[in-house]
Design a binder for this molecule. Structure first.
Ligand SMILES: [Ca+2]
Length: 346
């Protein structure tokens, strides 16, 4: 090879290399990530569970999602406060329900508040969640367990008492959106295939706590062996394979899908690979017919295999859009196109 041939050859290699880098970049991510977010690669995966306790998560079915950016952590109190300061936003839990919304309710009950975990001091049957959940007047994101509580020292804990529309409002302000249930599960699995936990097969590998869940006796005695009896500062436990924190435990997280227990079966019956599923077009929960619900994912600091081990990535939760609790928060996602448009505007 002459020196000029070598030069042409080098140039061609260079062009080829650039082309590969360019294609790779377009298919995966831009070089600069959005602050606080990580890239979740698109692809196919097994979604669901064969866990007997999760009838609504059966059967396993194939799903494809496009790649996307996801917040590394749940939205924190500090982040939510920044949003509220910028916009003057008032959450659902901070507003008193109106006579128009609840015409038959006595006026004394039309008081702003939210649902708080209030454990009994004795063992109770596990078939009535009202034994450990109470509507507490004055409970909201600034006062997680009621008027006597505040956020001092909890700046990095996940924000709670967030209704669905509150989560949407935050994501919109941040130029983001909520994940679909399929995106959440794709991200939670961290590249692992049909594992029980977002980190693998063992709940406590080498004796290590991998997520903020519930230890002791549910619901009356929380021993907090993992270090936390309520929410933990985000990132207190190891990240998963994609660099995401608290995709299991800590707080439940809102997804954009409506909830139906038969949705996975519907997708499986349809056959093939479900591409970017957005959830069913309507909601139905046999335990509360007539009440529309959205999907929650990830489980919380109250999850335990004694009652509900839905910190497993296939596990599904659900809740009324206007109802927040002190173990429910959210995180946002963003498409590559949104991120590119955002950068161009700058
Ligand atoms: Ca805990």
């Amino acid at each position: 090879m002459t020196s000029s041939q070598l030069s042409v050859f080098s140039r061609q290699c260079c062009v080829l290399l650039l082309a590969i880098v360019s294609v790779s970049s377009a298919e995966t991510q831009s070089t600069k990530p959005p602050p606080g977010m990580v890239w979740i690669p698109g692809g196919e995966f097994w979604m669901g569970s064969d866990e007997p306790e999760f009838p609504d998560a059966r059967p396993w079915h194939r799903v494809y999602v496009d790649g996307f950016w996801m917040d590394k952590t749940e939205v924190t109190n500090a982040q939510f406060e920044k949003f509220v300061k910028a916009t003057g936003y008032i959450t659902v839990a901070e507003k008193a329900p109106t006579k128009e919304e609840f015409p038959t309710a006595p006026p004394e009950n039309l008081v702003a508040g939210s649902v708080v975990f209030t454990p009994p001091d004795h063992r109770v049957p596990l078939d009535d969640h009202l034994q450990w959940w109470s509507y507490v007047k004055g409970a909201n994101w600034r006062h997680p367990t009621g008027p006597g509580s505040d956020l001092k020292g909890k700046e990095e804990n996940p924000v709670v008492h967030i209704a669905y529309e509150d989560a949407l409002a935050y994501c919109k302000w941040a130029g983001k959106r909520l994940p679909t249930e399929a995106e959440f599960e794709r991200a939670a699995r961290g590249g692992l295939d049909r594992k029980s936990y977002v980190w693998g097969d063992e709940f406590r590998p080498g004796g290590k706590w991998m997520a903020n869940t519930f230890q002791g006796h549910f619901p009356d005695k929380n021993t907090g062996e993992d270090g936390f009896v309520a929410t933990a500062p985000v990132g207190s436990f190891p990240s998963n394979g994609y660099g995401l924190f608290d995709m299991a435990g800590n707080v439940w997280e809102w997804c954009s899908d409506w909830y139906r227990p038969d949705y996975y079966q519907t997708l499986a019956d349809h056959g093939g690979v479900a591409r970017n599923p957005q959830g069913p077009s309507d909601s139905f929960d046999p335990s509360e017919p007539g009440t529309k619900k959205r999907v929650h994912k990830g489980g919380s600091f109250l999850c335990t295999d004694q009652y509900c081990k839905r910190y497993e990535p296939g596990g599904r939760g659900k809740g009324e859009p206007d109802t927040g609790t002190n173990h429910l928060g959210f995180r946002c996602v963003m498409t590559q196109t949104t991120w590119e448009n955002h950068q161009e505007k700058k």
